[in-house]
Design a protein around this ligand. Structure first.
Ligand SMILES: [Zn+2]
Length: 347
């Protein structure tokens, strides 16, 4: 299956932080044809192994499977749900979103509502409605009604957005952070098919709440070198200063030099740059980002692991829907596969 098909399936699958089961099952299915072995560890990261015949460095690839979402917190007596946020979500983007509560009895559809603007006071209308003032309306009439529908405290809630192709290479959908990384990781294994290398491709859990799955997976895998595959903010929209983000969609994967959690190991950065030049793959360099990726934790595993990050520029990340250019994803897979093979020159 193509990267496009895989991304469509992965984007439409659900996997709110800590409740990654649906997307993990899909990952196992998509990784299996390209790996010697696929297993699931105790925190439920999925790990696809490609074993080598000769002595080559053990490379860990990491792409997080979890997505930002919500969770049922309380239900009031009129049957409205209040929620907790799972991962960093801008409150301004929540109002009027369609959502799906994943209840024990199956999906329950609803919308995020607030007090109607018509009856808000002048000052009220000017301020941002924070998430604790919002609620989810599933059309229930009472708390008992909600219980009967199978909804209870702790149920995950996903944004109800479907994958759409909107142009030659452009697609929009939910959870591109980081299902695009997952799709690239599968594509990388596909490209490495008959080559001799030692790769552990890990679909990690709970990245959005503090890189938790990557922490334990890196300890278990004990790699010689690590690469995180993720997304980064595309700054090519109105109102963004070049200084704040110079990365653009369609100009190739972004190679991070520093972010809030990782200073890319100089040897890893060198290999990435040389490999990109060698294979004439366009790339963009970025530095000083506020966020970080799984690579930050992998780099601190055991006695330390040289790490780097390849990111696909994405618009509107950490919102219910985003946009990416598939050409960046394809280039990212090509660069990742070629870099894995070049690792033996240095590590
Ligand atoms: Zn991410």
């Amino acid at each position: 299956m193509s990267l496009f098909d895989n991304l469509e399936k992965l984007s439409n699958a659900s996997g709110v932080v800590g409740r990654e089961e649906e997307v993990r099952n899909l990952m196992v299915k998509l990784l299996e044809p390209h790996a010697d072995k696929v297993y699931i560890d105790k925190l439920e990261n999925v790990i696809a192994v490609k074993k080598n015949k000769n002595k080559t460095p053990k490379v860990m690839l990491a792409a997080h499977m979890d997505e930002i979402g919500l969770m049922v917190k309380t239900v009031n007596k009129e049957g409205f749900i209040q929620f907790a946020k799972m991962g960093g979500i801008d409150d301004r983007l929540l109002l009027a979103q369609k959502v799906i509560v994943q209840s024990s009895k199956g999906p329950v559809h609803g919308i995020v509502g607030s007090k109607p603007p018509h009856i808000q006071k002048e000052e009220e209308r000017k301020k941002i409605v924070t998430y604790d003032e919002l609620f989810i309306d599933i059309g229930a009439e009472s708390k008992e009604d909600v219980t009967k529908m199978g909804v209870r405290v702790g149920d995950p809630i996903v944004f109800d957005e479907k994958f759409v192709s909107i142009g030659k290479d452009l697609v929009i959908g939910k959870a591109f952070d980081n299902r695009i990384g997952c799709a690239i990781m599968i594509e990388t294994l596909k490209l490495l098919k008959d080559t001799d290398c030692n790769v552990f491709a890990v679909g990690t859990v709970q990245e959005e709440v503090g890189l938790r799955g990557a922490t334990t997976a890196a300890f278990g895998v004990d790699p010689d070198v690590g690469l995180a595959l993720d997304v980064t903010v595309a700054g090519d929209v109105p109102g963004v200063r070049e200084f704040d983000s110079s990365v653009k969609m369609g100009k190739g994967p972004a190679l991070s030099v520093t972010d809030a959690g990782l200073i890319t190991h100089p040897k890893v950065l060198r290999i990435l740059l040389d490999t990109a030049e060698e294979n004439k793959i366009a790339y963009q360099l970025e530095t000083g980002l506020m966020g970080t990726t799984d690579a930050a934790r992998i780099s601190l595993a055991r006695q330390g692991v040289p790490c780097g990050t390849l990111s696909v520029p994405a618009r509107y990340i950490h919102s219910p829907i985003g946009m990416i250019n598939l050409r960046d994803a394809e280039a990212s897979a090509k660069l990742t596969a070629a870099t894995v093979l070049n690792m033996r020159k240095v590590f």
